[in-house]
Structure formats: C-alpha cells, structure tokens
Design a protein. Structure first.
Lengths: 498, 340
C-alpha cells in the first residue's frame, strides 16, 4: 500500500515538476524557419499604375550577425545633484526602454546644470497604463507631480479632473513663450487640445506603418510592397503556406482598424469626434477584408505579446503592422534570427482609388496645476525638450519624429555613416523613408473617452476575424459587427467618466 | 489559577448580557489592554475601515475624480441593469465553481497521501507548496507560454493523445461546446460552459493554490488523535471507512476554514487573470470578455472608463456577495463543523 501511495505521489510530483521545469524551455520564440521558397505560381507584378512609395529595403548586415546593434547602447550618465535651494520638478513618464530612460535622465541633467534654480527629476512610472493608474490615485490623493508624459487621451482624462494647466497663455507669452519655436511646430499634429485649451505638447510622434519581408515578396515575384488591398491579397495568395508561413500577423487594435478604415475612405468618427461612424460602407469593407484574410488562411492573430515581431523576425510572416518607434526592435528581431533577410516599411494598403493615410500617434507632455514657480520651471523644461538640438538627440534614441521642424529636417538629412547612435544608424534609411509618409499623417480622435473604447474596436476585429462570438461581441459578420461595434463604442463614449 | 476548562467556558459564555457593551476601563490592567490593541485598531481603521467607508461614499457619486456629484443609488441601479455586470458575475461563478471544489478535493487527497509514513515526504510537501510562494505574475506568464497554441506544452500533451490542438487562452468558445464539436453533437448556447480561455486560467489557479490547501489539510490531519485510527482498525474498519467516518468528520473545521478562505480568494481573483491575458496578447478580460470576472470588470470601469463611482458600486456589490456567502457558510456549515 505504501509503495502504491509513494508511486502516486511521485507521478503527481513528476507532473508538477514537468510544468515548472519544462514550461519556460518548451516555449521559446518560434524556431526560425527558412525563408519560403519561390512558389510555382507565376510571379505577379504589382500594377504599374499604383503609387506605392519608393521603399528601400535594407540588406541585413552579414558582416557581424552575432553582434547586432542594441537599442539600448548608452549607460546612464551620472546624475546632477540638486543645487541648494533648487525648486524640484517631478516629471512622471512612461518611457520604459532602458536607452530612453537613460537619455531622458541625461537631458534632465543637462537642463538642471544650465538652470540651477530648478531640479527636474524624471520618474519612471511603468508603462502608459500604469502611469494612468498612478495619476488617478495621485489626483484623488491630491499629490500631483509637476509634469506628466502620457497618451493624449490620458492627458484628457487628467484635464477632465481639472488638474492640467492650460498652456495657451504660456505659448503666447511675449517674453517667455514659444516664440520662434511656435512657427516650427504644427499645432494640428503636435498640440493636444481639450475644450479649446492646449493641455499637451508632443516632442515626438511616431507613425503606423506596414512592415514587410522584402525577400519573401521577391521570392514570390513581387519587387515592391503592395499599395492597395487587392495587391495585398495577391501577395498573400502567393506567400501564404499555413501553418508554416503566413502573409499577415494581425494584432487587433483600434489604431490598425482606424487606419484601414481611413484607407477604405471611411472617417472612423464624426467631425467633432463625439461618435463613431465606422458602420458605414468603408468600415464594413474593412471588416470584410479582414474576414477574407482569415477565411483564406492568409492571416492569423498571434497568441503572445509581441508575437508578430517575433514571427516576423523568424521569417514566418510577410507583413505586420506597427509603430515606427519599433524600427530598432524589428531590426534586432531580423538580425537576431538564424537567417537575416531584407525588410522594409510602407504605408498600410488602401483602396485602389483612395489615398494613403498614416496614423500619427505618440505621447504628449503636460504640466499640472501646482504653484506658479513650479509651473514656470516645468514650462522651461518643456521648451528645452522642444529645442532643435535636444529634439535631434531625442529622435535618434526613440526614432520618434521631432515636433520641431528644423530638428526633423536635420535628422532627415543625417548621413548614416556619421550617426553615432548605432541602433538609429541601423534603421536610418527606413526612418528617412517614414519621414516621407508624414504628409499623409492623420490623428485618431484624442478625447479622453476614446482611450476607453479601444478594446471594443479590437474585440470587433477579433469577432469578425475568428468568426467567434463572446460575452463582449455577439455579431461575427462584418455588417453586424460594425453596427454592434458602433453602438457599443457610442454607448461607452456616453458613459465615460459618469 | 484558572484552569483551561474554566477559560474555555468563560469564552464560550461571552460577556454578561446585563453588562454594557462598552464601558470605561476600571483598572490599570484594562487601560493597558486598550493601549495594546490601539496600534492594531488604528492600522485597521486607517487602512481598512476608512477606505471601505470612502468606497461606499464614492459609490453614491458620479463623475470623474475630484468632480463628483451625489447621485444616490444610480450606480447600483446601472450596474444591476448592465448585461456586462451579469456576464462578469457568471464568469466569476464559473471560475469559483471550477477552482474551489477541485482545489479542495485534490488538496485533501494529496494531503492524505503525504500524511502517510513514506520516504521523502518532507520534500514532497515542499514541492507542492512551492507554486504558492512563487510570484503569481511570474508563474502566470510561464503558464501563458504553456498554453501557447503553437509552441506550448499543453497542445504538445494533447497531441500525444491524438487530440486536436486548442487555442487555449485566446479561445472564447465554451468548453462544453468545444467538447461537443469534437464528439459531433451540438450543445445549446446556455450549456456552453466557461470559455476554454477561462478553463486555462482555472488550471493555473488550481496549480497555484493547491499547495496552500495541502498545508492546511496536513495541519488538520495532524490534530486527529491517532488512537481513533488504531481503534477503528482493531474493529476491522477498511481504509475507506476510516477516511469516511473518522478523517473527514474530524477534518470538518479545517475543511470549513479552507472553504471560506478559498471562496473569498476566488471571488477576488485578479492578478493571474491580468497577467495571463496580457501574456497572451489579449485585451483585459479577453478573449471577447470571456475571462472578465467582477474584479476585472471593476478594474476596467475605474482605470479604462474613469468611472470611479460605478467601479466603487461594483466593489460594494462584490463585497456584499462575499459577506453574504460567508454568512451563509457560517450559518449552515459552521455549526456542523464545530459539532464535528
């Protein structure tokens, strides 16, 4: 009897240990696969009349593949200590990348050294969601920082609580305003306005682009990325070989949907951004297109965080959609794979007779209502961040596009061989290409409430793509889901903050 | 000198009914007694009682933080009329039913085995308790890898038995519907059961909490007088009869304690659901809301929708449910366990 019991226990323990010990090892990134071989299907050329932007896919450097440039090259510099009597200015941010943290501290140190009456303290609060949570707690406890970096919608949330400082008067101040800087910044793209008051200014934005595996396309007869939805489908037909290779890794999200909707000719939201409108023909067409990709097994939804990047790096998928802020990470993913390949970026596909739209996003900086002295110090630091030299440096660390036009032009004209930041140098050709997409830049609705409906839009895409309904979504057909999605979004917009 | 029986009798009788509930300290010893409980009283008041009171107050307001307006019971009425609330409650009930009884049954079984005189049982006990002390978030992320549809261990195990691969944490379809599809019969919508994604989270929860149940059951088993077992065996009782008529009844107070604690914990489940959702690249409560428990719903109402009053109302409702369930347990099961 004892032997049987001991045996049973050993079996149980064995199972338990298997899970504990094997799980991490059994779940590495998907094993690298060989680049797909050319199919027997006749190579298809993209129609000559399309207007795909000229894309310069880079050759993956083969000279030193085991030592790819890291996006975090700079060790944190020694921090400047506060001068006696310096006014402390707490800056809460959500820049989680090690290189960004180090660079931000370095910039604060520069400012503090030049302005000893102030002592700016950048304090990392976690990602944007964590920062939002902490800010809500800080607002409740009336224990606010002096400056905050967050998504525009998050700034709107704080503004609704009455804690944000309107920046209009500061910007226009004849002696201490933005002055010449004002003419360098496009207010429509880089200022965040709520209730006709400017409460946020961005020192850098990124755009949403389509990443593509140029080698995979070339192997199947395509020498440039698809510009239209139809061309995209043709490429998918040629490159997809499920379950080994897929055309597109779809990560459902509001930004992806909004961009595709615009490219189908839709508006996503009404003019005053109070209601969603994607239950129109364009919105339904967008969902139909996604459903087609799913039905043909050309696309899939990754089941792990950053799974799209991992699969792209391993050559298992031809297209992903992401921010240009991810350029260095894509570069690392490709270079880190066993078989590096050529890759590039392009705008998201559009309707044959439509125009390109590029979703412009990224964080903004706001100042909180504290004391006039602190507000003044925070304003000085914000102006410092918007200066040409600082913006140039910041762009190289983050691959953001500077708000300061002069800085943007300077970065755009940089010679890759003279750029000291290795991570940036490795993607500078793609960065420069992305700059050419900026004239098509467009922003999603930025009011605070829109941040709260992003999950609804993602669920709508998931329901249509997978054909499965759930507690959050009943409809799975494109027209029904678009209708349900708009109803749910508009209901949530109405309930926000109530 | 007061004997143990006298003390027990005094405790069980409670204070004299004629004496006032609160009275001024009469002696130096009483003053000291109040002084000793003062720190705990202050801590509990500041960190527990006041926040609860504040949450109840907020639940009667609407609007964003700092700009509240008193709206009475509006938030409660809205919550009780919201389909999302009932859906989250259903998910919470599924989660509780899928974790508490299984964890307790397995915990008791393994504890009973570990209580026998076998070689290396100290090591076994440590191993079983280990999941409970590992960081929830870290182990939840590891389990999300286990459930990865393409590279995870779970589908590998299914394949060994010739079963089809599953989507696990990204599958919103009910478990009974999936089984029905596999066996080629249709399951009506009301009988679909919890989503496979929720089942995956339940499996993790059982794995994690079972160590706690085992330790408590072991303590309970250790308190049973071994003479009872010897007497039963002399009388010719079988192993099952000993377990059924001696072990189980005498473990009743321990079982009752675990039941109460487990129910409270399961109704408050949050951390591992959050971590597994995020690790599987899902929206919080996803896929398609199929893992949204009341705690997750409350979190989303506060942090995503900025509805502090509404979120507080859900928190109060959840607390009332837990309180009600605990009261019912004490009322109907507490006495029985005491008698046992």
């Amino acid at each position: 009897m004892k032997t049987v019991r001991a045996f049973l226990l050993m079996v149980c323990v064995g199972a338990l240990l298997s899970v504990m010990a094997c799980a991490p090892a059994a779940t590495p990134a998907p094993p690298p696969t060989n680049a797909p071989q050319p199919t027997t299907a006749p190579p298809t050329s993209a129609p000559a009349n399309t207007q795909a932007p000229a894309v310069a896919p880079t050759t993956a450097p083969a000279a030193n593949p085991t030592n790819p440039p890291k996006p975090t090259p700079t060790p944190p510099p020694p921090q400047v200590t506060a001068a006696p009597g310096a006014l402390k200015i707490q800056f809460w941010h959500a820049l989680t990348g090690a290189s960004q943290v180090a660079e931000f501290q370095k910039l604060a140190d520069q400012f503090n050294a030049a302005n000893p009456q102030y002592y700016v303290q950048p304090i990392l609060q976690g990602n944007y969601a964590a920062t939002l949570q902490k800010m809500n707690a800080a607002i409740t406890a009336n224990s606010l920082p002096d400056m905050i970096l967050g998504n525009p919608g998050d700034l709107g949330t704080y503004d609704a609580a009455g804690v944000m400082l309107p920046l209009d008067d500061y910007i226009k101040d004849p002696t201490d305003g933005l002055g010449a800087l004002a003419s360098q910044i496009d207010p429509a793209l880089y200022f965040d306005t709520f209730d006709n008051r400017i409460v946020g200014i961005s020192n850098g934005r990124s755009i949403q682009v389509m990443y593509f595996n140029a080698d995979m396309l070339q192997a199947t007869g395509f020498d440039k990325p698809p510009a239209t939805f139809e061309e995209f489908e043709k490429v998918c037909q040629a490159v997809s070989k499920p379950p080994d290779t897929y055309c597109f890794a779809l990560v459902p999200g509001a930004s992806v949907f909004a961009n595709l909707d615009w490219n189908q000719g839709g508006a996503y939201a009404n003019a005053d951004e109070t209601k969603a409108t994607f239950d129109d023909a364009a919105g339904v067409a967008t969902l139909e297109w996604l459903k087609k990709l799913a039905d043909k097994q050309w696309a899939y939804i990754p089941a792990a965080a950053f799974g799209d990047q991992t699969d792209f790096g391993n050559g298992k998928v031809a297209f992903t959609i992401g921010s240009t802020a991810g350029l260095p990470f894509y570069q690392n993913a490709v270079q880190g794979s066993s078989k590096p390949f050529k890759w590039g970026i392009a705008p998201l596909p559009r309707a044959a007779n439509g125009k390109n739209n590029v979703d412009l996003f990224g964080p903004s900086i706001g100042i909180l209502q504290t004391t006039p002295e602190k507000q003044k110090g925070a304003w000085q630091f914000l102006k410092f961040l918007l200066s040409k030299e600082v913006e140039e440096e910041w762009a190289q660390v983050t691959t953001y596009f500077p708000a300061n036009r002069a800085a943007a032009e300077a970065v755009g004209a940089m010679d890759p061989t003279t750029v000291t930041n290795k991570a940036f140098a490795s993607v500078i050709d793609k960065y420069k290409l992305a700059v050419t997409f900026l004239p098509d830049g467009k922003r999603e609705p930025s009011a605070a409430a829109w941040q709260s409906v992003r999950d609804i839009v993602a669920n709508m895409m998931t329901a249509v793509f997978t054909g499965k309904s759930g507690a959050d979504f009943a409809a799975t057909d494109p027209a029904g889901a678009a209708k349900e999605g708009v109803e749910r979004v508009n209901k949530a917009l109405g309930e926000f903050g109530k | 000198m007061i004997t143990r029986d006298q003390a027990r009798s005094a405790i069980s009788q409670g204070p004299d009914a004629r004496e006032p509930l609160l009275r001024a300290p009469r002696s130096r010893a009483q003053w000291f007694a109040y002084l000793y409980i003062l720190p705990a009283f202050l801590i509990i008041s500041v960190f527990h009682i006041l926040p609860v009171g504040y949450a109840v107050w907020i639940s009667l307001q609407s609007g964003v933080v700092r700009r509240f307006q008193f709206t009475g019971l509006d938030n409660y009425i809205r919550a009780l009329n919201a389909p999302e609330f009932w859906s989250a409650l259903q998910t919470t009930i599924f989660y509780t039913l899928g974790t508490v009884p299984i964890t307790m049954a397995l915990g008791l079984g393994i504890a009973y085995l570990l209580f026998q005189k076998i070689r290396g049982r100290g090591i076994y006990r440590a191993i079983y308790f280990m999941p409970y002390i590992i960081s929830t978030v870290a182990s939840a992320i590891v389990w999300a890898w286990v459930f990865d549809p393409r590279t995870g261990l779970a589908n590998y195990a299914l394949a060994l038995f010739g079963l089809p691969a599953q989507q696990w944490l990204i599958e919103p379809t009910g478990i009974f519907k999936l089984i029905g599809e596999g066996l080629h019969f249709s399951v009506p919508g009301w009988a679909e059961g919890p989503s496979l994604a929720l089942v995956g989270i339940m499996i993790f929860a059982v794995w994690q909490v079972i160590g706690f149940d085992i330790v408590i059951f072991l303590a309970g088993l250790g308190n049973i007088n071994s003479e009872l077992y010897e007497a039963a065996r002399i009388d010719g009782a079988t192993g099952w009869q000993v377990f059924r008529h001696i072990t189980l009844p005498l473990l009743a107070p321990t079982t009752f304690f675990i039941l109460v604690i487990s129910l409270i914990f399961s109704l408050q489940a949050f951390n591992h659901i959050y971590a597994m959702n995020r690790s599987a690249a899902q929206q919080l409560g996803g896929p398609l809301g199929s893992t949204r428990t009341l705690s997750i719903y409350m979190f989303q109402a506060l942090y995503e929708q900025n509805r502090a009053g509404y979120a507080s109302a859900i928190a109060v409702l959840l607390s009332l449910m837990i309180l009600g369930l605990t009261f019912i347990q004490f009322r109907f099961l507490g006495k029985r366990s005491e008698n046992a």
